[in-house]
Design a protein around this ligand. Sequence first.
Ligand SMILES: C[S@@+](CC[C@H](N)C(=O)[O-])C[C@H]1O[C@@H](n2cnc3c(N)ncnc32)[C@H](O)[C@@H]1O
Length: 354
Amino acid sequence: MHKNKILQELVKKKVKSKIISIEKFTEVCLYGKFGYYNNSNVIGKKGDFITSPEISQLFGDIIGLFILYHWKIKLKKKFNFYELGPGKGTLLIDLLNITKKFNDFQKSINIYLVEKNIKLIEDQKSNILSFNSKPKKISWLKNFSKKNQYPSIIFANEFFDCFPVRQFFKKNQIWYEKMIEIKYNESLIKFKDIIINDKKTLKQLNQYKNSEILEISNSRDKYFDKICKHISKLGGMIIVIDYGYRSRPGYFTLQSVYNNKRSNVLDNIGKQDITSLVDFNKLIDLGKKNNLKIEHFSSQREFLLNNGIKERENKILKVANNKQRIMVQKGVKRIIDKKDMGNLFKVLVLSKWN
Ligand SMILES: C[S@@+](CC[C@H](N)C(=O)[O-])C[C@H]1O[C@@H](n2cnc3c(N)ncnc32)[C@H](O)[C@@H]1O
């Protein structure tokens, strides 16, 4: 039933079959009327994935202290804090909590949460309200947009991996695109490789020298370019944390997760998360093109260790009971784990201080 509704949205007109790009397919499966981000319980133990702020409060503590430090030395005035895809609002709560003694910082912050998922907006509102019955003024936006002339600090954790990608590969000097064929009447859906003839696409692909397998997200690049332009004009900083790479991996990274387990991208349509690794080289290029300074690029592990997560952990452990100690240590270990999140996740910080 659910699958048919999505297929209907994909095919629209009354045709027996249709071939669409993976980008279009993902767009509708994630953001369409019946899509994943409009319906599901996506984050947390019962959802499909659990993120760093949900695993350890120290993640939000370190991000909060990093932002506070840069605000103190570079801004010291009113600013906007935009969080892109804030999930359950946990990072914001931890950030406000760790900076609560700094009245001048707290008075200077305008908060904008950019979120598409209606259910998550409700969660964010009730979680923030239960943390503080008199919360700071927070505005919700469906899309990133300029609200005033103040500088901004823009934060995004596991946001850019949600953007749809197109997949290309080269065989015997010929470029193909991996597409999806839908046979509506048979409710059948399968991958289909198509030779690319379009000159504009070929020109774009041929810019990537020595690459025979490519994933390109035009919508991600456009979104990132927009926030770079915003910072370039009004000043501030962008912090992006995501699964990703600088050197292209040489294989397709599109993946789907259903009930906390890897699944087939074409199964459970509209009910599962679909992501791909973020090409940080592309984000860095866009930052440079917009005259932003690359303040930092490293693994999540390196970033958190360099910014004092161990020192913060030791401080908390001194006043923690046994149960809390185990929880804190387990959480920190997981988000800095060399073999897992610590290395797979990358942190990019771009800035322009006007
Ligand atoms: C994987 S979750 C990460 C949540 C949170 N940042 C965290 O670390 O717990 C992705 C978040 O981005 C939101 N999201 C995904 N694509 C979006 C878009 N294009 N615009 C606004 N929000 C989006 C989702 O609804 C969700 O809140």
